[in-house]
Every structure is written in structure tokens, then in C-alpha cells.
Design a protein around this ligand. Sequence first.
Ligand code: NAP
Length: 498
Amino acid sequence: MSTDLGRQGLRFAIIGGGMAGILAAIRLRQAGEKFTVYEKAGRLGGTWRENRYPGLTCDVPAHAYTYSFEPYAEWDAYYAKGGEIQTYFEKTAEKYGIMPHVRFDSEVVSAVWDEEKGFWRLGLVTGEEVVAEVVIAASGVLHHPKLPDLEGLDSFKGRAFHSARWQDDAPVDGARVGIIGNGSTGVQIVTALSTRASRLVHFQRSPQWIMPVPYFQYSEEEKEAFRREPALIDEIRNNKEYWDNIYRFTHAITDTHGPEIAAIEAACLDNLENSIRDPELKEKLRPNYRAACKRLIYSWSYYDAVQRPIVEVERDRIARIEPEGVRLADGRLHELDTLVLATGFHADRFIRPTTVLGRDGVSLDDIWSVRPTAYYAVTIPGFPNFFMLNGPTGPVGNFSLIDIAERQWGYIDQLLGLLRSGEAQTIEPRAEAHAGYEERRIAAARTTIFGSGCNSWYLDATGVPSSWPWSYEAFADAMSAPVMEDYAMTVEAELVAR
Ligand code: NAP
């Protein structure tokens, strides 16, 4: 392996210019490192660039869904709209001097470890090859739309499209619109369109638990106060009640018979009982599995929306799609002008379809053939100097993924310290350490609420929950300091256990 790094310094390739990629870029720029962000699209923003559906909102409080170092006084309301979040990320990238380091329209199609040279060779969609000693994979989670396997979908005469491929010119105002899917996305779309369409049908295969949450606008005076005194924003971010809620939420996930999950179920059921007037509709909307098994829906207005006269909740099975609309198993036809497929994403893809080959040509696709995995969600044995943000087995739930990514960066940065100092040329987790982590994780995951008997994108192909199965505090603790004994590094071309 060439050891001229001391002279040239490390080169970093960040794959993806969404929330996590921008974070990595900011941190590397602050550290004076050489880095490039490779972004497949023509704009930064990731999920907030791709999703533009009506009603797009982040259900994490706006002041908590920001980088810790970049508070933002301009949020219009307690929960931010997608367009505002996109603006925040673009402004932040500009402010921190990231833009000159971004290569747009530069999808990375392959990343191959060159053992002799000790760097990664990245193939770009443009046909170019670039190299970097360190790869930060920040390519996102929910970015491959999952289309429903419904007979006749192509025969529909109106407009049919996935929620993440919104068609601005599709008939919506005063039109007959159907929405398939009632995850966070479908619920937000239905809520937004319930005052715009002439008729709205919400097709629900499984009813959802709906957690009532507060919603309010920030006045101009409040925003002005935030601008003058950013400490006021910190008070909201660090609000004890907000954090206690997150801790309670992750305890609810891990203790399926504890008081926290009981409180969540009670709050959602009260919401259903007290908000829905028609008994028949109430039964249609009543879930038949445990709360938080699927991602909990936070909404302050969905139950109002479904009680508007133009809205119908449809629970009968969809038999097929026909040119005029959606045919149900009982023979009824819902005639529609527009059909929105809010049917979720292939959540097991992560950096794929990029071909990633580690030591000895081992393919990430092969080692992920059963399920995607990474040691503490960040590193992978056999893939030296390869770090993931929001990678497989990380925490998922109703909290800020920015906070998750920042904590992961804190962990990665400590590993990078060994490379920066020249103490190591490469670093990767030991295979035994990863196997032990994954064994403990899977055992714990089976007992979480995610594994309590429902279908969701939280489950891997074998039906095991694919996420972090322990508390938020345990995650924070794990990210605060890598267990260095679990890492192997090369020093002057020799792979040694630490
Ligand atoms: P999702 O949670 O995976 O929901 C997909 C929905 O489509 C489910 O209701 C599912 O029904 C239904 N579905 C799928 N295939 C179907 C078929 N063939 N026939 C009938 N129904 C079908 O997807 P999502 O709503 O896009 O949300 C994905 C994730 O994105 C969320 O969990 C969240 O992490 C994130 N998100 C976050 C926010 C936010 O505010 N922070 C907003 C939107 C999305 P079943 O339940 O019966 O499978």
C-alpha cells in the first residue's frame, strides 16, 4: 500500500448531498480536509428535494429538526413544511461554504477498494473515475419508491404516480383523487387535499395509530425574538419535555408491556374515540395491531380531514386498477382522475444500486444478501475507511434523524482521528465484533414493538426488525466513544488488531 498520505493528506468522498452529506461536508470543511460531495441530482436536499407532495411536513418539531450548530429563526410553525426544510439545507450549505465542493449530476455508480494504493476508486455516471482514501456514504434511506403490485395499474386513464414523484400538473383541485397508503406520507397528502379535491378516497389496507400532537404558527414577533436571541431556540431544542418524550418513546419500543407503550396506546385510542363521530368510520380507523409497530403517525388534523364530506375512507381490498379507477374486491368501482401511490419505499437499499467492492473484491450486495447491516450502523468489516451516516441498523422512529447523524459523525470523527494522525492507514471493524453486535441486535430486535406482528418497512426480508433495538440513551452512549478494541487497522500496510 502506498504510504505517501503524509504528503498529500486524506481525500474524502461524500456520497449524497442530503441532510447527512451536508453535515459531513460542513464538518470536514471545518477540519480543513479535502473533500468532494458527489450528488446524483442537480440540487442538494435529498429527501426534501425529492418529496414535494401537498401537505409535506416534518413531524419532528422544526427547531429540533435542525443542525445543533445552525439554529433557524425562520420556521413558520411548530412543524416545518418540506419546502422550508429544503431552503434551510440549501442556505446552510451556502453559509458553510460547501457549494464549491459539490459535484452535481454525478451519481456514484461504483466504489471499489484498491488494496495496493489504499484508496477507493469511485466510478461516476459521467464515466469518470475519482479516488479517495475515505468514503462517507450518506446516500439516504427512503429513496427508492415502492410501487404496489396491483393488476391493471398501467391501464389507468388518469394520472397515477408515486408520492415521491409528484406531478404538479396532475388534476387535484376540484378533481376526484384516490390515495393508496396511509403511512406518514398518505396521511399528510389526504389531510392537505381534503380541502382541495372534489372527492377524495383514502385506500387503507391497515388502519393506523394516530397520535395527536400540538400545532401552532410562530408569529413575526416570535421569529424576531429568535433572530435576536438564538438561545431561545436552544431552549426549545433542549426542552426537557421533548427529550423525555423521545426517551419514553424508545422505552416504549423496547418494553412492549411497559407503562410507556400503554400511555401511547391510550393517547391514540382517546384521540380516535373523541375525534371520530361516526361509529362506522371509527371502526374502519381502529388499528388491530400494537401502537408504534409501524411508524406512529403524528397528526393534528387527519381525523378532521377524513370527516369532511368529500372524503371517504376505503378499507375493502383493492382487486385491480381499471382505466376509470380502482375496482374493489366487493365489485364497487371508485372512479378517479388522479391516483397517488403513497406506498412507501424499498428501505433496504441504502447505497445500492451503487456497486461497492471492499477488500478482495467482496461485494456489499453479497454480504447484504440476507439483510443490510453495519457495525453500530456505521462501519463494515472488509470495507476499510468506509463510513455510513443513517446506515442500516440505526435508530428509526419519531425523532430527528439529524440528531442521529450528528451523533454518528461524532463517532466517525474519532475513528478518522487515527487516520488523520497517520496512526493508521485504514480502519474497519473486526468481523467478530460485527458478528457479535448483529447477534445481540437481532435478538433484541425480535422483542421490540416493531416485531410484535404487523407489516412495515421496519422489517427486513426475514421479518426481523432492521433497526436499533435499544434505547436512545444506549445509542447516544454507543456513539460517544467507539470501542477501539473492536476495530482493526492497517499500519504501514499490515492489518493488525487494535
Ligand atoms: P410507508 O410508511 O411504508 O406506508 C406505505 C403505505 O402503503 C402503507 O399504508 C401500506 O399498507 C400501503 N401499501 C403498500 N403497498 C400497498 C398495496 N399493494 N396495496 C395497498 N396498500 C399498500 O410509506 P410512507 O408513508 O411513504 O412513509 C415512509 C416513511 O417515510 C415513514 O415511516 C417515515 O419514516 C418517513 N416519512 C416521514 C415523514 C415525517 O413527517 N417525518 C413524512 C412522510 C414520510 P400496509 O400498512 O397495510 O402495509
